[in-house]
Design a protein around this ligand. Structure first.
Ligand code: NDP
Length: 253
């Protein structure tokens, strides 16, 4: 991988980006793309630090800068401590809250724990990683916040009331954040992928669901990453508070 340095005017000299779920399929692709854009990338892992570390090594091998961090997004104290450490010396310019999971059941049979865990990781963790980064972004008058949502937030999905609620909630938070921070050079946008070819997508599920995709194929993590990287760039400074689907046409805008 070649690190293409294309830092634009307006961005801070040192642009540090935290990507939650950098150990996952889409997250790793986002990390590589942001590093290619010249950012110093903090590759977050929940449990699979080895995978985050492998992405760090690939970025460094291509001439980019990265480090790995590990913390559990359901642990508020761990998040608070990690974010304090990550913002102690320099601000974070970019936070991509990409970590997430689903735990499906029809609502009539869904356990309270299933509801809460999915809301906690997908939605509550947005607060835990974005809130501590905002004052630093405001001081430097430049920042980018991206929430990785899902087509399920727009269309709903059987068995995913918890997941759809969490992913739809992200965009409410994003819109409100832009009302507060747009004048300080901070943008926030939501990206809503459809069926993307990662471990999260179970083979049987994808076969069945592929019929719903006008493009008739799965999306690639690199395609999601390219969108996120553009939204994090200086030329995207006037794109704010948008929910952008990347789903092969599943959910028309
Ligand atoms: P993966 O399963 O590959 O990655 C999920 C990531 O979330 C992992 O890095 C995992 O960390 C992290 N994570 C999960 N739970 C925790 C936790 N408690 N604390 C910290 N980190 C945690 O999924 P994808 O790459 O496919 O998905 C990325 C995002 O895209 C998710 O938000 C997902 O909802 C969304 N999305 C995915 C779609 C798809 O088709 N793949 C479709 C629509 C949206 P670790 O493994 O280290 O524990």
């Amino acid at each position: 991988m070649n690190a293409r340095r294309r830092r634009s005017a307006g961005q801070p000299e040192t642009c540090r980006a935290l990507v939650t779920g950098g150990s996952g399929g889409i997250g790793a692709a986002i990390c590589r793309e942001l590093a290619s854009a010249g950012m110093t990338v903090i590759v977050h892992a929940g449990s699979r630090l080895d995978r985050a570390q492998a992405t760090v090594e690939a970025i460094r091998a291509g001439g980019g800068q990265a480090q790995a961090v590990q913390f559990d997004l359901t642990d508020a104290d761990a998040c608070s401590q990690a974010m304090a450490e990550l913002t102690a010396e320099e601000p974070l310019s970019v936070v991509v809250h990409n970590a997430g999971l689903h735990d499906d059941a029809p609502l009539a049979g869904m356990a309270a724990e299933q509801w809460q865990r999915v809301i906690d990781i997908n939605l509550n963790a947005f607060y835990r990683v974005v809130q501590p980064a905002l004052l630093g972004m405001a001081r430097q008058r430049w920042g980018r916040v991206i929430a990785v949502s899902s087509v399920a937030a727009r269309l709903g999905n059987r068995g995913q009331a918890n997941y759809a609620a969490a992913k739809a909630g992200l965009h409410g938070a994003v819109i409100s954040l832009t009302r507060e921070m747009a004048a300080r050079g901070i943008t926030a946008n939501t990206v809503a992928p459809g069926l993307i070819d990662t471990d999260m997508l179970e083979a049987a599920h994808s076969e069945q669901a592929l019929a719903l995709v006008p493009a008739a194929r799965l999306g690639k993590p690199a395609e999601v990453a390219a969108l996120v990287a553009f939204l994090c760039s200086e030329p995207a400074a006037y794109i704010n508070a948008q929910l952008i689907g990347i789903d092969g046409g599943m959910a028309p805008g």
